[in-house]
Design a protein around this ligand. Structure first.
Ligand SMILES: C[S@@+](CC[C@H](N)C(=O)[O-])C[C@H]1O[C@@H](n2cnc3c(N)ncnc32)[C@H](O)[C@@H]1O
Length: 406
């Protein structure tokens, strides 16, 4: 028997079990999938005016609601009516969302149903336009106010290389497309968010959803908002990862934030066609080097802890270093995973008091990311009530490890 805590974990959500990334789609259709001429496009675009952005800034649309699943903070919003954020211009990033009052950690700030969903294979300009045609005029207008990362990218000369054929995997329209995607598809590509689902046979697959308000979260390499799909509500949930001050920008992450600054920049440029201006990427060279060092180390520790099934003391030491580095770096995404690893090390050696303390911390961290009703939160809560229910319990000789740092 080779106990491998992470491998043996009872499939918590992706936030807790693997290195998650939170990203809009930058999937590009192949030229063959695109239809250069499509009559409905002009009709729909005629209605698209930048002015309608102001409607979005001022009012909720029927497809989203701001919501709370943590205790409301009466001081923050005494009437409970004010939206927790506002759409504003952000220098060099287009528009973005900023907090309108102090928001406590874990608060659900937006639960939004998609305007429409497309399966990954069906993402063509025509499919986007057909889906849009079923929506109201106002929604169509709002769609065309969303960012288009490919707007203004020069159509490539037919003789230039590389050709799309020579680079079939590249996702950057700016680099490889012989022409920029048509506007509707460009907007969809810039903004669509992945929705986990299953095919007819129950195999996992990913659809892409368009969210009028959720699309407005800019990217940060130290995000303060987590995005998870709430399958029961059929809506995307956005929760604040740490306490946020009024005026602070609310950002999700589009790529894995444990990469180095150069790796993140390359991925953002390749997949999303922009250069990141977040505070970590804009920091000095020295600060950047320190941050890279911490992030790379966390990534390495994540792998190493998963291989410490036979050495719980060593595993515990490593994950405590990782948790400290996460804190220093202002990242919370991976906290639940490390805490659950710690829980499993404890049950392996029948250290039940510490197991309870760790799984409670994993539960709290998961509630902040995906809410108390998520599968992983419910799972952790069950182990909190009954740690011995875990299949690894008592597989190694008794030992007292340690609990979470205060
Ligand atoms: C999904 S949209 C986000 C909302 C967008 N800013 C808007 O005006 O609607 C993605 C686009 O926002 C901009 N953006 C997002 N995060 C950014 C960042 N960290 N630095 C610079 N630009 C960013 C880029 O232009 C990107 O193509």
């Amino acid at each position: 028997m080779d106990p491998q805590p992470r491998m043996a974990s009872p499939a918590p959500s992706s936030q807790a079990s693997s290195r998650p990334s939170s990203r809009p789609s930058s999937r590009r259709s192949t030229p063959a999938q695109e239809k250069p001429e499509f009559d409905e496009r002009d009709e729909l675009e005629e209605n698209s005016t930048r002015e309608s952005t102001s409607e979005l800034e001022e009012s909720d649309t029927s497809t989203h609601s701001t919501a709370q699943d943590t205790d409301p903070d009466p001081e923050a919003d005494p009437e409970g009516e004010m939206p927790p954020f506002r759409l504003v211009d952000i220098p060099d990033k287009g528009k973005g969302l900023i907090a309108t009052f102090p928001i406590p950690k874990g608060k659900l700030i937006l639960l939004e149903t998609p305007l429409f969903i497309l399966s990954e294979e069906r993402c063509t300009n025509s499919a986007v336009l057909v889906a849009l045609a079923a929506r109201t005029r106002e929604e169509q207008r709002d769609f065309f106010t969303l960012a288009n990362a490919y707007r203004g990218t020069a159509p490539r000369d037919a003789s230039s290389s590389p050709s799309p054929e020579s680079s079939p995997d590249s996702k950057c329209a700016m680099k490889i497309s012989p022409r920029r995607p048509l506007p509707a598809l460009g907007i969809f590509d810039t903004n669509a968010l992945p929705i986990p689902t299953t095919d007819a046979k129950g195999n996992p697959q990913t659809d892409l959803g368009l969210f009028l308000l959720g699309s407005r979260f800019n990217h940060s390499c130290t995000p303060n908002v987590a995005r998870t799909w709430d399958a029961a509500a059929k809506a995307m949930a956005f929760r604040v990862l740490r306490a946020v001050e009024p005026g602070e920008e609310l950002c999700t992450n589009y790529v894995d934030v444990l990469g180095t600054r150069a790796e993140r920049a390359a991925e953002l440029e390749e997949k999303y066609a922009f250069a990141c201006l977040c505070s970590v990427c804009a920091a000095s060279k020295e600060e950047g080097v320190e941050s890279d060092r911490r992030r790379s180390k966390i990534g390495r520790l994540f792998e190493e802890v998963g291989r410490c099934g036979k050495e719980p003391t060593l595993g515990m030491r490593k994950l405590k270093i990782a948790l400290r580095l996460l804190k220093e770096e202002g990242l919370v995404h991976y906290e639940a995973s490390f805490c659950f690893d710690a829980f499993q090390f404890c049950v392996l050696v029948s250290d039940i008091p510490n197991a309870k303390a760790w799984v409670r911390k994993a539960w709290e961290a998961t509630c902040n990311i995906s809410g108390p009703e998520s599968a992983s939160a419910r799972n952790f809560k069950m182990y909190w009530a009954n740690p011995r229910a875990h299949q690894l319990t008592g597989m190694l000789p008794r030992l007292t490890l340690s609990g979470p740092d205060p």
